[in-house]
Design a protein around this ligand. Sequence first.
Ligand SMILES: Cc1cc2nc3c(=O)[nH]c(=O)nc-3n(C[C@H](O)[C@H](O)[C@H](O)COP(=O)(O)OP(=O)(O)OC[C@H]3O[C@@H](n4cnc5c(N)ncnc54)[C@H](O)[C@@H]3O)c2cc1C
Ligand SMILES: *[C@@H]1O[C@H](CO)[C@@H](O)[C@H](O)[C@H]1NC(C)=O
Ligand SMILES: *[C@@H]1O[C@H](CO)[C@@H](O)[C@H](O)[C@H]1NC(C)=O
Ligand SMILES: *[C@@H]1O[C@H](CO)[C@@H](O)[C@H](O)[C@H]1NC(C)=O
Ligand SMILES: *[C@@H]1O[C@H](CO)[C@@H](O)[C@H](O)[C@H]1NC(C)=O
Ligand SMILES: *[C@@H]1O[C@H](CO)[C@@H](O)[C@H](O)[C@H]1NC(C)=O
Ligand SMILES: *[C@@H]1O[C@H](CO)[C@@H](O)[C@H](O)[C@H]1NC(C)=O
Ligand SMILES: *[C@@H]1O[C@H](CO)[C@@H](O)[C@H](O)[C@H]1NC(C)=O
Ligand SMILES: *[C@@H]1O[C@H](CO)[C@@H](O)[C@H](O)[C@H]1NC(C)=O
Length: 528
Amino acid sequence: MPLSTSLFRGGVLAALCQIALAAPPVAQRSAKRSTTCRQTEVVVLGAGVAGITAAQALHNASISDFVIVDRNDYVGGRMHHTTFGDKGDGTPYVVELGANWIQGLHASDPGAPENPVWTFSKKWNVSNEYSDYDSILTYDETGANNYTDVLDEYDDASDVAVANAGTILIENLQDTSARAGFSVVGWKPKEDMHKAAVEWWNWDWDAGYSMDKSSFVFGVTGDNVTFNQFGDNDNFVIDQYGFNKWLVGEASTFLAANDSRLLLNTNVTKVAYSDSGVTAHFTDGECVEAQYAICTFALGVLQNDVVEFEPELPGWKQEAIDQFQMGTYTKIFYQFNETFWPEDTQYFLYADPARRGYYPVWQSLSTEGFFPGSNIIFATVVDEESHRIEKMSDEATMAEGLAVLRAMFPDVEVPEPTAFMYPRWTLEPWTHGSYSNWPIGMTLEKHQNLRANVDALWFAGEHTSAEYFGFLHGSWFEGREVGEKVVAMIKGNGTEMESYAVLHGTTPYSHYTDLNGWPVSSFIDFEE
Ligand SMILES: Cc1cc2nc3c(=O)[nH]c(=O)nc-3n(C[C@H](O)[C@H](O)[C@H](O)COP(=O)(O)OP(=O)(O)OC[C@H]3O[C@@H](n4cnc5c(N)ncnc54)[C@H](O)[C@@H]3O)c2cc1C
Ligand SMILES: *[C@@H]1O[C@H](CO)[C@@H](O)[C@H](O)[C@H]1NC(C)=O
Ligand SMILES: *[C@@H]1O[C@H](CO)[C@@H](O)[C@H](O)[C@H]1NC(C)=O
Ligand SMILES: *[C@@H]1O[C@H](CO)[C@@H](O)[C@H](O)[C@H]1NC(C)=O
Ligand SMILES: *[C@@H]1O[C@H](CO)[C@@H](O)[C@H](O)[C@H]1NC(C)=O
Ligand SMILES: *[C@@H]1O[C@H](CO)[C@@H](O)[C@H](O)[C@H]1NC(C)=O
Ligand SMILES: *[C@@H]1O[C@H](CO)[C@@H](O)[C@H](O)[C@H]1NC(C)=O
Ligand SMILES: *[C@@H]1O[C@H](CO)[C@@H](O)[C@H](O)[C@H]1NC(C)=O
Ligand SMILES: *[C@@H]1O[C@H](CO)[C@@H](O)[C@H](O)[C@H]1NC(C)=O
């Protein structure tokens, strides 16, 4: 279904936003229900990828009696864009604050599966460009300094470490930190800041956490499942209607404009649940009562007591929530009056002499294929640097980044930027971070406790995906799976999800298959 330009700008999106909050109450179906709350069969908490996909799974099974609730005024959640800078004609660029890459597209092997985010991006014409990680130049405090040989050194160590992690996984051996897993094969950056920068580029940039804080086995497996399966290309989205264009498009296939089942601008404060139903309470005193709820709130929301659960979530659930890690990934955008960096290069890696992860990666959008002539470049920081920088003023952060650029390009006069902006993901009450990471000591069983339903309350989101945590496609697969499980419950042949009240620290690899119905061996040896 072709969507006209205006539909995206004002139409579908605006229409989906302008929901009749005062829609006539749906007739009650059950006498024992409260008389004040709107009644529905399934309430989907969150209109990000997981929530919209779960609702679509209900729709696909001919269940139309659902309500989707989101505190924001758009469909997309962490697939979130804003306007920035100037195109030269007084109009701004659209840039992504959250998810930006389609990660893993479609492996060349015949019959290989396709990343659903790639499928939908093609279907809805989401503009994107191949990200060339070989288009990189290296810098330190002295300016340009060629240490690309260290990138090769890392790759060699990584090949051995990744194979070792596979052995640990398949033979059900003890997991360790990624730090230890890489040290064993001789990758020891110690105080070498070039090595620290290269390690950041390869690990922290993706995981959002350092090797010291990440699981070795699941950190490696997480990348393997996506990139061995869908191929290792990443495409960067530059669509001027935003990356969420595809999700808005999919939503429009089953939600009418102004559909009264989509409640945007609706802040959930409390979720009361039992084995016979769920009531979601909103800031405005309104509520929705349902037989089932699918909660897709980010891990950071669950960790930070933003929403009250009544009764409190059981210990096995809460401990899994508290252990899994919510990382932060912060993009810091600059626009200048000129492109003073090499304009044919996509990435610039900076090794600070004193501080690991200090404005380490600069990504040019002024390059062919992206926004040539835009003079836009952005830095990315994660984890502790994100927490630090997100507490600072725009002025202070802008000055730090500029000082780094002036160190990297000592031979040019780096001007003051004409535009500057960055999001503060750690402080957003609807996410409290960017995406999740697998910590040391989390087993597949404990992760399953993160996924499992508690009575009529079900969970989905990037963090509930054992295979694709941190990725958009993780949210999609989880949204579909949990949506289908709730369909089965409604149709009378469903089963509750397995959970483990007692944990023994074991991570039988076979649990991947048992718990998620996924033939793990097929991706580990996919390329063989
Ligand atoms: C900076 C950043 C970069 C990323 N880069 C990539 C990338 O390049 N590629 C990739 O694949 N993935 C990336 N990701 C991850 C990707 O964005 C997420 O995996 C995915 O968008 C999560 O979708 P979700 O539906 O699970 O959760 P969400 O998108 O968080 O959806 C949950 C919804 O719940 C709503 N909500 C929360 N609390 C409440 C409340 N109290 N009341 C009502 N509503 C509430 C929120 O508003 C939100 O819309 C990135 C994320 C970030 C933040
Ligand atoms: C996507 O673009 C193609 C080619 O420009 C066009 O034929 C098609 O209708 C577009 N699809 C949508 C959904 O806009
Ligand atoms: C619902 O069905 C449509 C049409 O077959 C399909 O494209 C979409 O992926 C399905 N959604 C889910 C969540 O299964
Ligand atoms: C950096 O050095 C490598 C050899 O280690 C060389 O292949 C590459 O071309 C050099 N890059 C630049 C930008 O000089
Ligand atoms: C990752 O994939 C490689 C290549 O297929 C494989 O050798 C390795 O065992 C895998 N490791 C893990 C932890 O999945
Ligand atoms: C949706 O609501 C808006 C504002 O109330 C209205 O202008 C528009 O016509 C509605 N669209 C449809 C398709 O009902
Ligand atoms: C949403 O609810 C939370 C508490 O549950 C509250 O702190 C916050 O202020 C509310 N936000 C809005 C916009 O009402
Ligand atoms: C950009 O601005 C600086 C002053 O801040 C100026 O010296 C420089 O010439 C300008 N560049 C262009 C291309 O206008
Ligand atoms: C449940 O029943 C439906 C038909 O009503 C069927 O399509 C589906 O496969 C069944 N699911 C399971 C898990 O048996």
